[in-house]
Every structure is written in structure tokens, then in C-alpha cells.
Design a protein around this ligand. Structure first.
Ligand SMILES: [Zn+2]
Length: 157
């Protein structure tokens, strides 16, 4: 198996979050793949539905009604690598369009901070889990717990 892994092409830039997925793409581990999927969803403004996630397999769909967007990755035996085995890039759901191409603002905690600042003033117990829900409901973006927590800290300061 070794010779194969040496010649395998890793994703060139795992931090280019807007990059499309391709069948056959390899990720160093599950975390790297999940980070890319999450960031991709934020940049492209849609919500994720985690269908399955274990040591062997990751299946993630778009939460949109009957949407066809989905990614399916499997663990490569004897490694930590994950390989994209099925990918459908087409959304059949209605998505919130990106305003003025300012896509990255959605992913930044500063942007989230500015949104939640007013709410925090009224409700100091505004919890990260509720921030995550509200961001999803009102802004159609997924934020991580970490980001919500950091944004809350910043809004307090
Ligand atoms: Zn969709």
C-alpha cells in the first residue's frame, strides 16, 4: 500500500475554503475534511446536514429541501487519509445569494460579533448554542461552536 500513498496527490491548499471538491481528493484526516466542508458551506451560504460521520465514512448533505448537494468520503484502509468518493456540487434548493461577493465576512468571528452585540446587551446569557441556531435561522450560515464562543467573548469586551 505504501507506494500508492507516496504518489497520491494531497489537496494542494486545504485552506482555500471556496475550492470545489473533486472525487478522489485526499484529506490528511477526518478533521481536515470536515473543516473544508464546513468552511465551504459558509462561503457558499448553505447549511449542512450531517448524515453520517464515523471513523470510516463521512456523508454530508445540504440541508435545503430535497437538495442534491452531497459529499461522501471514505477512510483509506491503513491510513488516516480520507478520500472523496462521491460528490454532487449541484444545489437543487433555493439558497441565499451572496451579497456583493463579500463572501468571507460570513466566516469571520468579527462579523458574527457585530451581529450578536445588540442581543448580548439585552441578554447577557446569550449562549453560543443559541448564537449558532440564530445564525442558521436568520442568516442561513453555519458557525462553529468555537466561533460563536469567540464572538461572544469579543462582543463582551
Ligand atoms: Zn442545497
Amino acid at each position: 500500500m505504501d507506494f500508492w500513498f507516496k504518489s497520491a496527490a494531497y489537496t494542494e491548499d486545504p485552506y482555500d475554503f471556496s475550492k470545489e471538491f473533486n472525487i478522489g481528493n485526499l484529506y490528511r484526516d477526518r478533521i481536515e475534511l470536515k473543516n473544508h466542508i464546513r468552511a465551504y458551506a459558509v462561503v457558499n451560504k448553505f447549511n449542512l446536514k450531517h448524515v453520517l460521520s464515523n471513523e470510516y465514512k463521512i456523508v454530508v448533505c445540504c440541508k435545503g429541501h430535497k437538495c442534491s448537494w452531497q459529499i461522501y468520503a471514505t477512510w483509506l484502509l491503513g491510513s488516516t487519509l480520507f478520500r472523496v468518493s462521491t460528490y454532487c456540487s449541484v444545489h437543487t434548493c433555493i439558497r441565499v445569494e451572496t451579497e456583493g461577493g463579500n463572501t468571507y465576512k460570513a466566516a469571520s468571528s468579527r462579523w458574527v460579533t457585530s451581529i450578536i452585540k445588540q442581543k448580548l446587551r439585552k441578554d447577557p446569557n446569550y449562549k453560543p448554542s443559541r448564537i449558532i441556531d440564530d445564525m442558521q435561522i436568520y442568516h442561513n450560515i453555519d458557525v462553529t461552536y468555537n466561533l460563536a464562543w469567540r464572538a461572544k467573548e469579543k462582543a463582551h469586551a
